[in-house]
Design a protein around this ligand. Structure first.
Ligand SMILES: [Zn+2]
Ligand SMILES: [Zn+2]
Length: 183
């Protein structure tokens, strides 16, 4: 995903890619994320624009992923659809303080300003987009936000059946506290 800057015209430029997680430099992040399987390659669409000395990248990542629910453990499939904005710069950035006693400007790095720095006349989007993809993966995938999960006592799937296991009894816990004597 290397873009030559002179390819970016005044009206911007759009590129499309289809990748797998191992195309990204940090493929171990995919292995460690565990439990996810891709149904299809990851579709990436990016639009690049030059704005002053900056390269603005607007992108969208979509794919379909197989996973298992963090509550009921059932396998399910979900669509990942994530938009992102990135800004690249190759200019050194110096913010000047207009205060009378301040003589020196404060130098901020590109990273301090949320920008991604690059050198030369091309930018490589691979690492930054890989990061966006791994960030978009759910930490605890759920088959549905309403998933009731498994009963912690008998283990049945509470989406399908009810059980007679006792719910945690707060009233009893409080009555037990009443009997504690503090000297
Ligand atoms: Zn579930
Ligand atoms: Zn139960």
């Amino acid at each position: 995903m290397i873009i030559q800057l002179d390819q970016i015209k005044d009206h911007g430029m759009t590129c499309q890619y289809r990748l797998v997680p191992h195309d990204f430099p940090d493929a171990t992040a995919w292995e460690e994320s565990g439990g996810f399987k891709l149904h299809e390659p990851i579709s990436i669409e990016v639009t690049l624009n030059r704005i002053a000395g900056l390269i603005e990248v607007k992108g969208r990542i979509t794919t379909t992923i197989d996973s298992s629910c963090g509550r009921c453990l059932k396998d399910f499939t979900f669509d990942l659809d994530e938009s992102f904005d990135l800004t690249f710069t190759n200019e050194p950035l110096t913010i000047h303080d207009d205060g009378v006693d301040v003589e020196e400007g404060v130098e901020l790095s590109a990273e301090d300003l949320g920008l991604i720095s690059f050198v030369g006349d091309s930018i490589d989007l691979t690492e930054a987009i890989g990061e966006q993809f791994f960030l978009a993966l759910p930490v605890r995938p759920l088959c549905s936000v309403e998933c009731r999960g498994l009963c912690p006592f008998c283990g049945i799937d509470l989406n399908e059946k009810k059980c007679d296991c006792a719910p945690p009894d707060f009233a009893n816990k409080f009555s037990a506290l009443k009997n504690i004597k503090i000297n």
